[in-house]
Design a protein around this ligand. Structure first.
Ligand code: NAD
Length: 309
């Protein structure tokens, strides 16, 4: 069987979903970007007399994500023409559109239960033979499709993009034991030739390769900061501009990644390691948990370690 990707469904339009959709559109590929239906009205919608049944409310999350693509710096999108290749949809009203997709990429919250539930829905609406993948940062890709059909399992793998997808070249691909070899080789070639990525094949182990190392580095830095009584600004200056990496400072990176996402990603390893020393390193500090509880999750919420003015 030969594969061709002309139409992609990206499910989840947050930090990564919108960035992946933009990167695909920049490569000339048509994208339908999905998100969930909001469960409450905003004050503005309520004042305008709208209800939860109105299409503009039902598509609010995904429409706002699309609008943000033009405002972000560095810009995820290369031109207005790319933007026109992205249509928006919601997962309840428009799920039938999944049958049009040659490739369906899941980019929702880093939570196994949510991903499993979504993939069962995807399985009922996708076209047989279409490719399906997850952008998970490190949850077992095999576990998330355990309850799906044989055809879906044969066409499924992890495709882990890095943030921001337009600028970071690495793409980890993670096959399961059931992924067809031709699906894996197609995705590697497509990633390199069409998406311009440097593709690395990773095993289905917690946090794969780059995030296993990256999360370790970030957590050790945070723990060291607490031990030495350093401030966020001091750590960022030492781990950023002072070592010639102005864009990679520790806490600036966490704000861009999303502190909630970082928490889930680190916690995933915590639950899968058994060596007490490793467990200690992958224990997320309380102040990070508290920030997530307060909704201070970084740039996407306007407040994290830094505040968006
Ligand atoms: P995010 O919080 O920015 O966005 C998640 C989006 O998914 C939101 O728009 C939310 O409304 C939507 N969503 C949540 N549950 C849903 C559901 N059940 N159905 C449909 N939509 C749903 O998160 P993100 O940072 O974009 O992360 C998404 C995925 O990508 C995660 O698996 C994460 O681990 C992974 N990832 C994140 C980064 C990063 O730097 N943020 C990098 C690589 C991979």
């Amino acid at each position: 069987m030969t594969y061709a990707i002309k139409q992609v469904a990206v499910i989840g339009s947050g930090v990564m979903g919108s960035g992946i959709a933009a990167h695909l559109a920049n490569a000339g590929i048509s994208v339908t970007m999905f998100d969930r239906v909001p469960d409450a009205l905003t004050d503005k919608e309520e004042k305008a007399g709208l209800t939860l049944e109105d299409k503009q409310v039902r598509n609010r999350i995904v429409s706002e994500s699309k609008k943000k693509l033009l405002k972000q710096t560095p810009s995820p999108i290369t031109s207005k023409k790319s933007l026109e290749l992205i249509r928006t949809a919601n997962l309840e009203d428009d799920i039938a559109l999944l049958s049009e997709a040659d490739w369906i990429v899941e980019v929702i919250v880093e939570h196994l239960g949510a991903k499993k539930e979504l993939f069962q829905k995807v399985d009922s609406h996708r076209r047989e033979g279409s490719l399906v993948s997850s952008n998970t940062s490190g949850i077992s890709v095999e576990a998330m499709i355990a309850d799906t059909s044989e055809d879906m399992q044969a066409h499924f793998l992890g495709t882990h993009f890095f943030n921001p997808p337009r600028y970071l070249k690495l793409l980890e691909v993670i096959p399961t034991e059931k992924t067809k070899p031709e699906v894996l080789s197609f995705m590697k070639t497509f990633g390199e030739n069409v998406l311009g990525k440097g593709v690395v094949e990773a095993k289905d182990t917690p946090n794969f390769i780059a995030n296993r190392i990256g999360t370790y580095g970030l957590l050790v830095t945070v723990q060291e900061m607490e031990k030495q009584g350093l401030s966020v600004g001091e750590v960022d200056s030492i781990t950023g501009p002072l070592i010639g990496r102005p864009k990679s400072a520790t806490f600036r990176t966490l704000d861009v990644v999303g502190i909630d996402t970082f928490y889930h990603v680190a916690d995933n390893v915590y639950h899968h390691v058994f060596d007490p020393k490793e467990k200690e390193v992958f224990t997320v500090p309380d102040f990070i948990k508290q920030m997530v509880e307060k909704g201070w999750v970084g740039a996407k919420s306007g407040k994290g370690f830094y505040e968006k003015k």
